[in-house]
Design a protein around this ligand. Structure first.
Ligand SMILES: Cc1cc2nc3c(=O)[nH]c(=O)nc-3n(C[C@H](O)[C@H](O)[C@H](O)COP(=O)(O)OP(=O)(O)OC[C@H]3O[C@@H](n4cnc5c(N)ncnc54)[C@H](O)[C@@H]3O)c2cc1C
Length: 378
């Protein structure tokens, strides 16, 4: 039987699941030093970084459960190096810094964040199957070497092999970080802002008003609130993923475009870009195309059952890069949005940038790359 829903929640302990619905004291009348709006991985990591940096009382609010947005449906791959083929340099630098930060979190928290280090193997018919500029840290494998790592390929293929990338169960990472936050309230939506001069003085919520020292919006797409004159272009891009039944087939980590080896002998695959599909439902034909594509490359996987299938929406700005910036015109409000296909990877580095900016008034080095005004007047 196929479950329609992500596997990640089923992998959590009861305690971790409980954290995702964590709700401390009510929010009405609260006066936190830092209010973070949005309980996806970016908001949770940001609240964690602010608390860790000693920025005072930190409160995180989330309209649903923690990780209920794009975060809970992501693949959770942390693979900066292969993105050198597709992303501009400042972006890859952010990704590299973020993987290092994931490693710090894994070492620094008593139970870690569930980081799994694993290798990445990209298959191509020949090495020119990749873009002209070749990334650092790549080892080129000939078809014989590839066949040793992945026996049974439908045809001989070259491979680009990159060691020590990573992955997380995104909900476990959220739960492990959120368990250490000073204050979390789920089931509460930010609905409005009261601004005086260049300062936010109050954030209206579905549960009463909060008067924060500073506020960070980490709402996936840019926040839409009464009283906030902010209009950043963004859209959402649907993607499907699936996890197979247990299999004896073992992959050497992440094998693109086949699958990623995860726990219990299962394989995680998919990650489609279903542009224009706004329906929330899993589309059976997309799932079929994923399984057919996998079997075409690795025929041994033909007929392997699908245990979990799901879809979710990536928040995206027109240039596919996130916004990490102050809210234009406001001295005590920040926002980060549009993390598209690398929000899990980039959450800790984004969080570090924001907490440093709030603490020391130091914007990131490549501030223009992440600015809210790069699309024109917001
Ligand atoms: C199929 C697929 C595969 C992916 N694979 C990967 C991957 O392998 N690696 C990777 O790095 N990324 C991956 N991503 C991208 C990743 O999921 C996103 O970039 C990331 O989850 C964005 O996190 P976020 O916290 O910004 O947004 P979200 O997770 O959407 O969190 C925002 C939260 O804010 C809350 N919120 C919104 N408005 C309000 C409000 N007014 N008041 C209170 N709360 C509010 C929402 O309920 C939501 O929980 C994938 C995405 C998809 C769809």
């Amino acid at each position: 039987m196929t479950v329609t829903g992500a596997i990640w929640r089923d992998q959590l302990t009861a305690d971790e699941r409980a954290v995702l619905g964590r709700s401390d004291d009510g929010v009405a009348g609260a006066t936190p030093d830092v209010l973070v709006v949005g309980g996806g991985i970016v908001g949770v990591a940001t609240a964690f970084a602010c608390a860790e940096a000693g920025l005072g009382a930190v409160l995180l609010i989330e309209t649903g459960r923690l990780g209920a947005g794009a975060t809970g449906g992501a693949a959770g791959l942390l693979i900066p190096e292969p993105h050198q083929w597709s992303d501009p340099e400042p972006f890859v630098d952010l990704e590299r810094a973020s993987l290092e930060r994931w490693r710090d979190l894994q070492r620094g928290l008593p139970d870690g964040v569930g980081l799994v280090e694993l290798d990445w193997l990209g298959l191509a018919p020949h090495d020119s199957g990749f873009a002209a500029h070749q990334p650092r840290d790549v080892e080129w494998l000939n078809p014989g070497q590839v066949a040793e790592l992945v026996p049974g390929l439908a045809r001989p293929m070259e491979g680009a092999f990159i060691r020590r990338q990573g992955r997380v169960n995104p909900l476990r990472a959220v739960a492990r970080l959120a368990a250490r936050l000073p204050a979390v309230v789920t089931g509460v939506a930010a609905t409005s802002l009261t601004i005086s001069g260049d300062r936010v003085v109050s954030v209206g919520t579905s549960s009463g008003a909060i008067s924060p020292g500073v506020v960070v919006f980490a709402t996936g797409r840019p926040p839409v609130l009464d009283g906030l004159p902010l209009h950043l272009p963004s859209e959402r891009v649907k993607g499907h993923l699936l996890v197979t039944e247990r299999t004896d087939v073992r992959l050497p980590g992440i094998v693109a475009p086949v699958a990623t080896q995860i726990e219990d002998g299962r394989l995680l695959t998919g990650g489609t870009f279903d542009v224009g599909d706004e329906t929330p439902a899993v589309q059976p034909d997309v799932i079929d195309s994923i399984t057919a594509g996998v079997a075409a490359v690795l025929p041994r996987l033909r007929g392997l059952g699908v245990a979990y299938q799901w879809c979710c929406f990536r928040p995206r700005h027109p240039d596919s890069r996130p916004v990490i910036d102050k809210v234009p015109g406001l001295a005590n409000a920040w926002l980060t949005s549009g993390h598209f296909r690398t929000g899990i990877l980039n959450a800790p580095a984004t969080a570090a940038v924001l907490s440093r900016w709030i603490a020391h008034d130091v914007p990131p080095v490549d501030a223009r790359s992440w600015s809210a005004t790069r699309f024109g007047a917001p």
